[in-house]
Design a protein around this ligand. Structure first.
Ligand code: ADP
Ligand code: ASP
Ligand code: MG
Length: 431
């Protein structure tokens, strides 16, 4: 008998019919003799709808109340799912995040899990019941308030439960057949990956591949949880996210003893959520970059890429550009403007029409010519590169936002990643 954690995303429980379909799937796993804990997301796009509603009431909703509102979405789906399972003659019990022991820090909207005390889930399992847990939510012991784990956070709920309960596998059910070499909604010829290492998946998630939430991948990596990302619309094997050096028995069985040899490139991802700030006319003397980024750091903004131009010898001035989430743009501009006199720069430019493309693959470590091929493909498509950054297993470039989808497709083709057939997207709106 195995202990399996199954997570169903919003697109898998979008309406009553889908909930019944998912319930049947859970019951089938139970019938096969397994213990099951389920983490469930809010139905369809209901989290976005609740968010829209909040913003119709006030432009800046109070964080505590927003969490209270958004967690209602998962409460609805968990109760409906438990009802559906019970109506099929199997015992099921739903639990909120706090009932399930998801203890977090106090940061509303992006809380981190600090402890998991799943006593009530264990009791339910011991009594033969299926435990259904509301994803995306937790509870802070000091404030005694409800928190949320960040958008896409039901993935983290599932992984944290799998780690705390010592589950054999954490299955992430979604609206595509697994993790693809690119978002199949944008690159129809993306191919499904049989497996991807956790470090590659971390890079892909960080670069905008929302199929898995980055914090969930981090958590799984740290706690040695194997993930199986697959479709809730069919029974196909999906993608195994494995931890190299510690292949679990489940991962070994699914991977069928194949030698784990990394392909050079795992995939490409794009991110349209960032903006570029350029600090123009910065005196090219030691200490200026430090001064600028100290000001930025005080706002807690997450700076991603940084580029400093060669300064014109005649002026002794340079430009420094960096990217950051659009949502943090305004506060950073304000902070820099307030210190303009001190730093002595000439002005600021803000550009929110950028897109970032990332090419990810562990094989980059040992293969040369990857960047040349990437730049060549973009050049041939007439796409201009504005910024470049690299890590050991990733190359990222910034382009105009309106060229990003084309960029994804040409790069995908250039690296020989195109499949023969088009990928199937089973549901969801991609919102
Ligand atoms: P869920 O509601 O199940 O959490 P999400 O919408 O969060 O689903 O994630 C699934 C979506 O992620 C897919 O429909 C797909 O459009 C998108 N996606 C982006 N990049 C990838 C990728 N590399 N592989 C698969 N799906 C991807
Ligand atoms: N319902 C939440 C969201 O839409 C959490 C999740 O789906 O993972 O972000
Ligand atoms: Mg998701």
């Amino acid at each position: 008998m195995s202990l399996i954690v199954q997570k169903f995303g919003g697109s898998s429980v979008a309406d009553a019919e889908s909930i019944k379909r998912v319930a049947k799937r859970i019951v089938d796993t139970k019938k096969a003799g397994n213990d099951i804990v389920v983490a469930v997301s809010a139905m369809g796009d209901s989290t976005d709808e609740l968010l829209d509603l909040a913003h119709q009431v006030t432009p800046i909703p109070a964080p505590r109340e927003l969490d209270m509102l958004l967690t209602a979405g998962e409460r609805i789906s968990m109760a409906l799912l438990a009802m559906a399972i019970k109506s099929m003659g199997y015992d099921a019990r739903s639990f909120t995040g706090s009932q399930a022991g998801m203890i977090t820090d106090a940061q509303h909207g992006a809380a981190r899990i600090v402890d998991v005390t799943p006593g009530r889930l264990r009791d339910a399992l011991d009594e033969g019941a299926i435990a259904i847990v509301a994803g995306f939510q937790g509870f802070n012991r000091d404030t005694k308030d409800i928190t949320t784990l960040g958008r896409g956070g039901s993935d983290t709920t599932a992984v944290a439960l799998a780690a705390a309960l010592g589950a054999d596998i954490c299955e992430i059910y979604t609206d595509v057949d697994g993790i693809f070499s690119a978002d199949p909604r944008v690159v129809p010829r993306a191919h499904k990956l049989e497996r991807v290492s956790s470090e590659e998946m971390l890079e892909l998630a960080a670069a905008g591949a929302k199929v898995l939430y980055i914090r969930a991948v981090e958590y799984a990596r740290r706690h040695g949880v194997t993930l199986h990302v697959r479709s809730s619309f069919n029974n196909n094997t999906g993608t195994i996210v494995y931890n190299p050096g510690a292949i679990s028995p489940y991962a070994a069985a699914v991977l069928n003893g194949e030698t784990v040899e990394e392909p050079i490139i795992a995939g490409v991802a794009a991110d349209l959520s960032e903006a570029k700030v350029t600090v123009v006319g910065v005196p090219d003397i030691p200490g200026k970059a430090a001064q600028i980024f100290k000001i930025v750091a005080k706002t807690n903004a997450n700076v991603d890429m940084i580029v400093q131009n060669v300064s014109a010898a005649s002026t002794g001035l340079t430009d420094i550009s960096f990217t950051l989430p659009k949502s943090e743009g305004q506060q950073v501009l304000t902070a820099l403007t307030n210190e303009q006199q001190n730093v002595g720069f000439a002005g600021l430019q803000y550009d929110d029409q950028i897109g970032k493309l990332a090419l990810v693959g562990a094989g980059m470590r040992t293969n040369t010519g990857v960047s040349a091929k990437l730049f060549e493909a973009l050049f041939e498509a007439g796409i201009n590169i504005e910024m470049i950054s690299t890590s050991e297993i990733r190359i990222s470039v910034v382009t105009r936002a309106d060229t990003i989808n084309q960029a994804l497709r040409v790069v995908h083709t250039a690296f020989g990643l195109d499949a023969d057939d088009e990928a199937v997207v089973h549901g969801g709106t991609g919102r």
